[in-house]
Ligand binder design. Sequence first.
Ligand code: KG4
Ligand code: ZN
Length: 341
Amino acid sequence: MSILGIETSCDETACAVVADGKQVLSNVVASQVKIHSPYGGVVPELASRAHISNIVPVMDEAVKEAGVKLSEITAIAVTIGPGLIGSLLVGLEFAKALCFALDKPLIGVHHLAAHLYSIFLDEDSLEYPYLGLVVSGGHTSLIIADSPVKYREVGQTLDDAAGEAYDKVAKLLQLGYPGGPIIDKLAKDGNPHRINFPRPHLTSGDFNFSFSGLKTAVVHYVQEQGLEKIKSDPCWLSDLCASFQQAVIDSLLVKTEQAARHFALQRLGITGGVAANRQLRQEALNRFAGWQLRIPPLKYCTDNAAMVAAIGYHLFLAKKIIPLSTNAYSRIKIDQLIPSD
Ligand code: KG4
Ligand code: ZN
């Protein structure tokens, strides 16, 4: 059974065809990095316009590459929230038009459920329930996945998402956009112990995160030391990036471990754009050695439609078909969108 997935929640226009919720037949992503990088962040209006120009060619390519005809697709799964409303609407309205024209069922997907499910793409399976950390530009959440269609969020960021902190620090250091991969690379040769940045909220007793204090600490440090001076010394810049990155990773992994122990779950999935981070992947493997840990390959960490099509398969099996009058949601909780009836 093949599902066409469509993802336009932020700044990637993506379409994919996935068979039986697992086998990726195609996975096409049109990145908008060039459009947004001069602004140091995503400009919503520009993102929506780019989705409009990209969506048809991206879908054509995904279907062609998969070697299927549109008429052979069983259902169309599309991200309907959370995300940028103008961007979400492009994908959703396009999916509705296709469903109407082809007489196919429409499946609405929560963006975080799609990220959580990315651990199953082309990979060994993991038994349910598992604890998922979704860590991206828009989200940092700890979610217990009880099944592909049942989720409980147990923690989230109280302010900035981890990826957002990366992007803001990179902007402050005038390094470019998106900040994650750039800081990841610079941090590789740096000393993570040179600057002792705070790890806020670690002893709060809950499973929430906070990254705005860390971001502010980097702002103060750069103001005190001077950006020009730091950037003129490549070692200093690398040390700063490594120290910031270490603080982010410590926060993410300590909280994940606290939650895993509290809920007695030794099965973990780490997903989302920040899960592409080289050091986060390595430290997670070390910290959770002996546990069952899945981190998807890089192409399934950042936004893609393969994860949307894959979770769409399970929603289809669970008969979670939505009407063509459905709306998109800029903010919506995972258990609100997939009520466990
Ligand atoms: O999942 P994603 O593509 O979009 C959202 O749903 O937000 O995540 C994008 C985020 C950006 O903030 C980007 O800086 C971050 O993921 N990112 C990384 C790395 N690659 C992407 N952060 C740290 N290290 C990386 N290697
Ligand atoms: Zn995402």
